[in-house]
Design a protein around this ligand. Structure first.
Ligand SMILES: *Cc1c(COP(=O)(O)O)cnc(C)c1O
Length: 431
């Protein structure tokens, strides 16, 4: 399989090179040149296969010839260790729980897969890989846990001092080994700028410096696996509606990739908070990126969704195609809170604020299509947002063991002012 850029100004390249590059040289995102079609009988057999077994069939054509079957099998087995239960909430509504990974959010899936791929590339290149990432909270934890003790890879995570939650800081800064948390006396924007400046200052040599950004091909691809899994666990026949709580649209566009590979999907629901650039586009055919507005579903506070170009590519750059397959709905914080309260009251099921938006999306769609079977993606564990959830349900959220175990651990971060001087030397010492 070869990969091209959504900007079409980069020569086709391999999986291997696209993963190491992250972003294409022309500033676009890497997408497969063709969509592979696994035969329909293979998809029918998914009902009797585990998530890693399904992932192997789906991933194979994307990763050949850079990886052997044996390597692909190891990568899916090592990265997809968490269960992804499909929980029935109402007669025709299911939650696909993607939050059973080490940091209790769906980003664990992509981050773990990317870590296993990059670990193997470091071994092959016989070079050290340094990952530089800025985080405003959740991504940092997923990346830190995914790369912890992966040989040949050092991970530097920059985060703004005092601007992420204590729990998020512990997820980033208590692991040690090859994870190097850096606390910047500044804002998230300072952290991002420092990462960018550090990149441009590095001479290619005996080290590869890259990012674990969500646009990386090897973080995007694995997000297509669990859609096949969910469908195979339902009737396995009828097309399904998927409601995806969206910010950068990596998750939803990976689902569309699955659909293009043959997954029977009736419709997509692009569910957002009031940062509604994509629902607005579906309504008006105008794409108007703008600064994001803070909400209680903050991992979706995105004003310029980076994976929108992948979505357009998959639908042949056609507004008609896109608007025919996608329904877009946006919801306020108040509606989100009401949904958490209602679902708890009606079904005794607890939603986090992001998942609540996906639930609202599927309900809105089903008002017009009451016969359809709907799956909403549950992207974070409610215990990650204890205040909002407790306020809505009236009950404290029990702390899962994974989070409880963190509370006693000391935070070990290095502190830097928001300038390159000390930081560059620190990074050079890791080489
Ligand atoms: C990142 C995130 C999202 C949004 O996913 P995208 O792929 O950026 O659309 C939704 N929910 C949670 C909990 C997240 O962390």
């Amino acid at each position: 399989m070869r990969y091209i850029s959504t900007n079409r100004k980069t020569a086709p390249t391999t999986f291997y090179k696209a993963v190491l590059a992250g972003l294409a040289p022309d500033g676009g995102l890497f997408v497969p040149e063709h969509i592979p079609l696994p035969d329909v009988s293979a998809i029918r057999r998914f009902a009797n296969m585990s998530l890693p077994e399904i992932a192997f069939v789906v991933a194979k054509p994307f990763m050949q010839p850079d990886f052997t079957d044996e390597e692909i099998k190891q990568i899916v087995d090592e990265s997809l260790t968490m269960p992804v239960p499909l929980v029935q909430v109402d007669e025709k509504i299911w939650a696909l729980e993607l939050f059973h990974g080490p940091t209790l959010a769906f980003k664990d899936v992509g981050a773990r897969f990317l870590a296993r791929v990059l670990g193997r590339l470091a071994g092959r290149e016989k070079k050290k890989i340094i990952i530089l990432t800025a985080t405003s909270g959740d991504t940092g934890g997923a990346v830190a846990h995914a790369f912890h003790r992966v040989p040949g890879v050092e991970v530097v995570i920059l985060y703004p001092r005092g601007r992420i939650s204590a729990m998020q800081e512990r997820q980033i800064a208590t692991l040690g080994a090859n994870i190097w948390p850096v606390r910047i006396n500044g804002t998230f924007d300072d952290c991002q700028r420092l990462v960018k400046d550090t990149f441009s200052g590095f001479e290619p040599g005996n080290v590869i410096v890259t990012s674990a950004n969500s646009i990386n091909l090897a973080r995007w691809l694995p997000q297509s696996f669990y859609y096949f899994y969910a469908w195979s666990r339902l009737s396995g026949k009828a097309p399904v509606v998927f409601s995806v709580p969206s910010g950068n649209f990596g998750n939803l566009s990976a689902g569309v990739l699955a659909q293009k590979m043959g997954l029977p999907v009736q419709a997509w629901v692009a569910a957002t908070n009031i940062n509604d650039v994509v629902p607005e586009y579906l309504r008006t055919a105008m794409f108007s990126p703008r600064p994001s507005v803070p909400t209680i579903s903050n991992a979706m506070d995105v004003g310029n969704p980076s994976n929108f170009s992948r979505l357009c590519y998959l639908y042949g750059e056609s507004y008609e195609q896109l608007s025919q397959h996608l329904s877009g709905y946006a919801f306020t914080d108040n509606l989100t809170r009401e949904a958490i309260a209602e679902v708890y009251r009606k079904y005794n099921y607890v939603l986090d604020p992001h998942t609540a938006i996906a639930y609202l999306g599927i309900c809105t769609y089903r008002q017009k299509h009451p016969e359809s079977e709907g799956v909403f993606l549950a992207t974070a564990h409610p215990a990650k947002f204890p205040d909002v959830v407790q306020e809505a349900t009236g009950k404290p959220v029990p702390l899962p063991e994974l989070l409880a175990a963190l509370s006693g651990k000391p935070v070990k971060s290095r502190d830097f002012e928001p300038s390159l001087s000390g930081l560059s030397e620190f990074i050079r010492e890791l080489i």
